[in-house]
Design a protein around this ligand. Structure first.
Ligand code: HPA
Length: 277
């Protein structure tokens, strides 16, 4: 099984280390990995079945070490549905993190805001999602050893983890909103009409990722938290067109808030452990 082989390789490369929290870093948000102490980085190319990203701003390596007092394994670089390679590699990566010891997955991404009052540079904790990719990563024979055929997506985005994120944002004076993330296929940005549709459907932000990771993670029993960095207003809500360079620039500008928030969040996970029965 590929995920098991990749997990074994992860544990072999980082001897004596067992990650507890997996983190996926979105476009332009790779800097968090530089804060990891005693870091060991492994290229995805050296991990059997891991995805090899093709998009600028995505490094394609797993960085392991201590962050906010937690042993973390950070995916610096992700793949997207629009790259057209299916979801097998993504499944392998997330399941390998689970087999290597993770119980929690933190997803980050850049997103366009569908609320004009929530502009570029703001952070949005993901409270729920709309999967509009036209595909589900669990399509195909179910791998029973990882999870059930019909996994629940109620509270897919863990309410307790979100409450912790809210607390840490408040403590650190970071402006955090909450909302529903819609995954749209891309790679073209939305049209203004599509943005209006997404608003009507109940989405607060739109991006091209993150939802497949959440679905795969919930299937295998990982708890999931997510935070989107708003890099632009949805097409048609702001002044002009949206482009990828602008997305990367805005993501880097907001990255320090996101990094502080996530480090606080990781520190808080230990406190939260004490609260759970
Ligand atoms: N649409 C889709 N994906 C995105 C956007 C957007 O406006 N901004 C950042 N990622």
């Amino acid at each position: 099984m590929t995920a098991a082989r990749a997990a074994a390789e992860i544990l072999h490369r980082a001897a004596g280390f067992r990650p507890r929290v997996g983190i996926v870093l979105g476009s332009g948000l790779g800097g968090l990995a530089d804060r990891i102490g005693d870091a060991i980085a492994v290229s995805y190319r050296d991990l059997d079945g891991f995805p090899v990203p093709s998009v600028e701003g995505h490094a394609g390596r797993l960085v392991m070490g201590q962050l906010g007092g937690q042993p973390v394994a950070c995916m610096q670089g992700r793949v997207h549905a629009y790259e057209g390679n299916g979801f097998d590699a993504l499944k392998t990566a997330i399941r390998a993190l689970k087999l290597a010891g993770c119980d929690t997955l933190v997803l980050t991404c850049a997103a366009g805001s569908l609320r004009v009052e929530v502009g570029p540079g703001r952070l949005m904790a993901i409270s729920d999602h709309l999967n509009l990719l036209g595909a589900n990563p669990l399509t195909g024979p179910n791998e029973d050893s990882f999870g059930p055929r019909f996994p629940s997506m109620t509270d897919a985005w863990d309410p307790d983890l979100r409450a912790l994120m809210r607390r840490k944002a408040l403590e650190q004076n970071i402006d955090l909103v909450e909302g529903v993330y819609a995954a749209y296929p891309g790679p073209s940005f939305e049209t203004p009409a599509e943005v209006r549709m997404l608003k009507v459907l109940g989405a607060d932000a739109v991006g091209m990722s993150t939802v497949p990771e959440c679905i795969i993670a919930r299937h295998c029993g990982l708890r999931v938290a997510g935070c989107a960095v708003i890099t632009n207003l949805g097409v048609g809500l702001g002044d002009g067109p949206v482009d990828h360079d602008q997305t990367l620039r805005a993501a880097s500008a907001a990255a320090s808030d996101l990094e502080r928030l996530l480090v606080g969040f990781l520190e808080g996970l230990n406190e939260e452990d004490g609260r759970r029965p």
